[in-house]
Design a protein. Structure first.
Length: 146
């Protein structure tokens, strides 16, 4: 079973609900999960799988509670070869910068040589009334690869 760090960037709580749903499912299947809602780069261990769930705020911005992590990644630019991750970007397609925060985080992680286990999931608030259901369905398609 895998050790998993789950980072959450949330504004109104939807991303936290998604992260908690995934954590509960993963733990029920024997994985060990840590959930971070105020993550620092030093909290994250390269030997653990990284799962990021991020809402988008403002003009495609990363939520304030995840911004210190993102800033540290950008400023320190640690070489992340060997790190594996999956990412959920949440947004509203009626806005210009749909899923901007998750897209930026995904690009940054790839620039630092981290490996996405699966393509990023983008959840549109105008389509999904229950984003945790969509996220759980996505997780179930690849969780056996952890």
């Amino acid at each position: 079973m895998a050790d998993i760090d789950i980072l959450v960037g949330t504004v109104y709580g939807s991303a936290m609900l998604v992260a908690e749903t995934l954590r509960d499912h993963l733990q029920a299947h024997g994985h060990v999960c840590q959930l971070f809602d105020e993550a620092e780069l030093t909290d994250i261990d390269a030997s653990r799988f990284l799962l990021i769930v991020s809402a988008t705020t403002g003009q495609g911005d990363i939520p304030p509670n995840l911004q210190p992590f993102a800033t540290a990644l950008a400023d320190r630019a640690p070489y992340m070869k060997g790190w594996r991750y999956a990412l959920i970007a949440m947004g509203d397609s009626s806005y210009e910068h749909f899923c901007g925060a998750g897209r930026r985080l995904d690009e940054l992680l790839q620039e630092l040589a981290a490996e996405a286990l699966v393509p990023r999931l983008e959840i549109d608030a105008t389509v999904e009334d229950e984003p945790e259901v969509a996220a759980l369905a996505w997780l179930k398609t690849w969780e056996n690869r952890l």
